[in-house]
Design a protein around this ligand. Structure first.
Ligand SMILES: C[S@@+](CC[C@H](N)C(=O)[O-])C[C@H]1O[C@@H](n2cnc3c(N)ncnc32)[C@H](O)[C@@H]1O
Length: 273
């Protein structure tokens, strides 16, 4: 079996396959992000970090914003420029980037991209970079896995999950195993791909920081951000998902709950003291 080191990723190396595998035809993630930006009166200049295929960046562009999409994957950026034109696309590592001072009114970071900051130093690097990039009063909008979901729950860890789909006439099967690395506070994923075209199995490994709400609040405060919203639902990847017209954050149940498997953040950069 071929092994991919952390960083190599069959899906992000094949953006069209990524979009087919994780379809979002109604652009719910982009719409949710736009609803958050509109609700808190963000200005037009938006940076989408970890922009991936560019579909969310394009949605924000179509909503009238001046968007920069940033990603570390050359394949994703190339795909975004062709298939989701409008935004400017740049290569940047979200763990430490410099795209100019006061250059943006908002930073958007969707689909757990923030959790590629595995260490505290990397989280500090991300938030310091956001602070430099944002004007005073600028917004940080993020959507990610919720580390607190794993407290007392093992349902995602107990057994490998298998999936199957057909792509360009080839049947692909994946077996995904998740485990918690408690010392590193990471959720580690091993995914083994097989295809019926005779190619050898490939193992792809990824990891996400298991970040807890109170811990995130402390990081944000230390970097000058005021939390406006931190809650589990509704969002683009919750069940049921957020829908157009609904408030971007829960208003009917207990606001600010963190029981679900996703976490949604809206924070504002405070004026310098
Ligand atoms: C889950 S995908 C998000 C995709 C995007 N929201 C979409 O739907 O197309 C995460 C993205 O983060 C990018 N990424 C991973 N590590 C990164 C890093 N250190 N800096 C910037 N981008 C990174 C990957 O290349 C990938 O495109």
């Amino acid at each position: 079996m071929n092994g991919c080191p952390d960083g190599a990723n069959l899906l992000t190396d094949n953006p069209a396959l990524y979009e087919a595998r994780f379809p979002d035809p109604e652009r719910i993630a982009g719409r949710w992000a736009e609803a958050c930006l509109a609700r808190y009166g963000a200005g037009p200049r938006v940076l989408d970090v970890g922009c991936g295929t560019g579909r969310d960046a394009e949605h924000l562009h179509r909503a009238g914003r001046a968007v920069t999409g940033a990603d570390v994957s050359a394949a994703m950026l190339a795909h975004a420029r062709v298939h989701h034109p409008g935004p400017r696309y740049v290569h940047a590592d979200l763990r430490r980037f410099d795209l100019g001072e006061d250059a943006f009114d908002a930073v958007v970071c969707l689909d757990s991209a923030l959790l590629y900051c595995h260490t505290n130093d990397e989280l500090d690097g991300f938030l310091a970079s956001c602070r430099r990039a944002l004007r005073s009063g600028g917004l940080l909008v993020a959507e990610m896995r919720n580390g607190a979901f794993f407290l007392g729950r093992t349902e995602l860890l107990d057994a490998p999950r298998t999936d199957c789909f057909t792509w360009e006439g080839v049947v692909h099967r994946s077996t995904t195993t998740l485990r918690v690395d408690r010392a590193a506070q990471l959720l580690r994923r091993s995914r083994v791909w097989t295809a019926d075209d005779g190619s050898p199995p490939v193992e792809q490994r990824s990891a996400w920081r298991l970040l807890f709400p109170q811990e995130l609040r402390r990081f944000l405060d230390a970097h000058g951000f005021e939390v406006l919203g931190l809650y589990d639902r509704p969002g683009p990847r919750t069940d049921p998902p957020w829908h157009e017209g609904a408030a971007p954050e829960e208003t009917t149940g207990a606001p600010g709950t963190a029981d679900g498997d996703r976490l949604h953040l809206v924070a504002r950069l405070r004026a310098p003291r």
